[in-house]
Ligand binder design. Structure first.
Ligand SMILES: C[S@@+](CC[C@H](N)C(=O)[O-])C[C@H]1O[C@@H](n2cnc3c(N)ncnc32)[C@H](O)[C@@H]1O
Length: 279
């Protein structure tokens, strides 16, 4: 088990547990909408789905709603595993086939022995401390002609500063985290006001791609350590080398300078049956 990494990493799972307690139908609907944007042709129906770094379990639940025959997830953080269990016990339709386990994607020995029609890992592999090894390990879990979806932070000019901020935030007590988040949130509100919206309205209608609410999302961004970011061309080149063909890249970060952080680009690959994949 990759315990050194767990000691170093931000407590994502605590944030997920707190979020899951507040989940409402609108968050689930948002997650379903986002997942169906990524798999628009009913691609999940009847398919086995693996979510690596499942967090709250929201994408797994959305996959069930979109017709996946079986959903499985794993996460390095035991509190994320608990959050997913809580979400599924509360919201999964009866008869859903699902599992969730505590595994690190970097720990090759512990990875599931089976392969999946769809492997999904949204906003995770850049938080492992070894993104390329994590991508390689994740790719081995995709069946021949299966789909591989990853979302990864885009590199910006300010990424090295964010890395320092996250290292400090993730290892600080709650009151220091509040001191760091206060100026960030104030600047964010200012940006909303300049854009002509009232912050209260913005927050009430805030629904990020994963269905997460504003405050949990800010905590997740400020604390998300370890942190890496990458250019889309590098992702496509390196994943194609692992025996995949690129189906699309959703460029979600056009013009991002990194002042308020960065965003995740979304990439879909299909495993090419003709090419040998990484073992
Ligand atoms: C930003 S959250 C994203 C969660 C979820 N995929 C989503 O879209 O909401 C990152 C998740 O990756 C998990 N994670 C980080 N390193 C990991 C690793 N080595 N193996 C598996 N999960 C990991 C964290 O515990 C956390 O739950």
């Amino acid at each position: 088990m990759d315990t050194t990494r767990l000691q170093n990493h931000f407590s994502f799972g605590e944030n997920w547990q707190s979020f899951v307690e507040e989940v409402e139908e609108k968050h689930i609907q948002q997650a379903v909408k986002s997942l169906s944007k990524l798999f628009p042709n009913d691609d999940l129906r009847g398919k086995t789905f693996l979510d690596i770094g499942c967090g709250s379990g929201m994408s797994m639940l959305a996959a069930v709603i979109l017709g996946a025959s079986e959903v499985n997830g794993f996460d390095i953080d035991p509190n994320s595993v608990k959050a997913t269990q809580t979400l599924f016990e509360k919201y999964a339709p009866e008869g859903t086939i699902w599992t969730v386990r505590e595994i690190s994607v970097l720990d090759k020995e512990s990875l599931p022995s089976e392969k999946y029609d769809v492997v999904h890992s949204w906003g995770v592999l850049h938080h492992t401390g070894d993104m390329w090894r994590a991508i390689t390990n994740a790719s081995t879990l995709v069946k021949e002609e299966g789909l591989f979806l990853v979302a990864l932070y885009r590199k910006t000019p300010l990424c090295s500063l964010w890395k320092i901020e996250k290292a400090i935030y993730a290892h600080s007590p709650g009151f220091v985290q509040k001191l760091i988040s206060l100026p960030y949130v104030c600047l964010y509100y200012l940006r909303i006001l300049i854009g002509g919206q009232r912050p209260k309205d913005f927050i009430e209608t805030y629904n990020n791609v994963r269905g997460m609410d504003f405050h949990h999302d800010i905590h997740d961004w400020l604390g998300g350590f370890p942190y890496q970011s990458v250019e889309p061309s590098e992702v496509v080149k390196n994943i194609e080398k692992l025996g995949f063909q690129s189906k699309y890249v959703y460029d979600n970060c056009k013009g991002t300078k990194g002042f308020f952080g960065t965003g995740c680009d979304e990439y879909l690959f299909v495993r090419d049956a003709k090419i040998n994949v990484a073992k």
